[in-house]
Ligand binder design. Structure first.
Ligand code: ADE
Length: 344
């Protein structure tokens, strides 16, 4: 028991979490878990995974659901393109592959919504194919073990780490090794405060020797965030409410919201400007105004206001629904949070 791979697998056997997608070889369930976990923590994703597995137990059942229903099931998880692609790809597998998940890495990689990481995860976990996974956890563990200072978000870095990851992969045990290195990154070799003193890989770890653990991995770009100013018009009367569907290529495509006036900068986003604009367009005055707290997405901060009306404009090109029907419509968290507050 000397190689770092053996130590890692041994650590995994002793410390792994018992997670439902680890007790199956069903490629559909593994795919589903990987899509859910892409930008989501295990504790947050678990209930969604269990819901999908029980509501759509086969690819065919997912393919036959409507997109609206799938988005509704995804509501609250964020990054909704994951759900749209999941549904799109379920239909492709159902038609092109007769409902049977493709079994080669290249065919899997061709599917919409599946990149190199997810293809390697499915290929190794479901089919024991020798493809190394490379996610944020693996980048961190490898950058520390080998004390690599190439930026992980550079072209050169991606190549260097992919080559290294594939060289290190034990080809006859790819599934367990891939799970092990990710779990080690998630639970032990964490971004801050890793417990190096108790680490089983300490003697293999060049960063530990060089005291550079907290400076690995290196990233070149800082993620830029932009501010957006959303003003929602809540037209509500006789239990009827107006919704509109976001069809543009933007955040929340195909989700529903209230009619929206967006402003690009804070200067244009004064109450006065908006009240004038609303009056001009609808000849209505709001009965109240609710300002929600900043809504934080990965690259955007959204500052939202809700102008509340007790009338519905005569001419409005949007969907009028009864409040009882609201539960059928997938909406962003910003909207469901507002409604929770509003109903109090
Ligand atoms: N994050 C991404 N994939 C995962 C998996 N298979 N198990 C636990 N966390 C994960």
């Amino acid at each position: 028991m000397n190689s770092f791979q053996e130590k890692l697998i041994n650590w995994y056997q002793l410390n792994k979490r018992d997670l439902p997608w680890r007790n199956t070889k069903n490629p559909y369930f593994i795919w589903l878990s990987e899509i859910i976990l892409q930008q989501t923590r295990v504790d947050q994703g678990m209930n969604y995974y269990l819901h999908f597995v029980s509501n759509y137990p086969t690819i065919e059942q997912l393919a036959n659901a409507s997109e609206q229903e799938v988005l509704k099931s995804w509501q609250g998880l964020g990054y909704y393109s994951r759900a749209r692609n999941l549904h799109f790809t379920a239909k492709v597998i159902n038609e092109k592959y007769k409902g049977i998940f493709p079994q080669t890495y290249n065919e899997i990689l061709e599917l919409k919504g599946i990149g190199e990481y997810t293809a390697a995860a499915i290929a190794s976990f479901a089919f024991d194919l020798p493809h190394a996974v490379l996610d944020g956890n693996v980048f961190r563990v490898l950058s520390r073990l080998f004390d690599i200072d190439t930026a992980i978000d550079s072209t050169q870095g991606k190549k260097e780490f992919a080559n290294l990851a594939n060289e290190l992969l034990p080809k006859n045990n790819s599934s367990t090794y891939n799970q092990a290195i990710m779990e080690f990154g998630a639970l032990f070799c964490t971004p801050s405060n890793p417990n190096c003193e108790a680490c089983v890989l300490r003697n293999n770890c060049l960063s530990f020797q060089n005291k550079s653990v907290l400076n690995r991995p290196v990233k070149s770009k800082k993620t830029k965030t932009r501010n957006r100013y959303f003003n929602y018009l809540v037209f509500f009367s006789d239990e009827q409410i107006i919704l509109s569907k976001r069809t543009r290529k933007d955040i929340w495509t195909n989700l529903y919201e209230f009619p929206l006036i967006e402003k690009k900068d804070e200067k244009e986003n004064t109450e006065e400007v908006l009240l004038d604009e609303i009056h001009e367009q609808f000849q209505l005055k709001p009965i109240s105004l609710f300002t929600s707290k900043k809504h934080v997405l990965s690259h955007q901060h959204i500052f939202a206001r809700f102008f509340i009306f007790d009338e519905i404009p005569k001419k409005i090109n949007a969907l009028k629904i009864h409040l009882d029907e609201f539960y059928k419509y997938p909406v962003p968290k910003l909207i469901s949070n507002f409604l929770e507050e509003f109903e109090k």
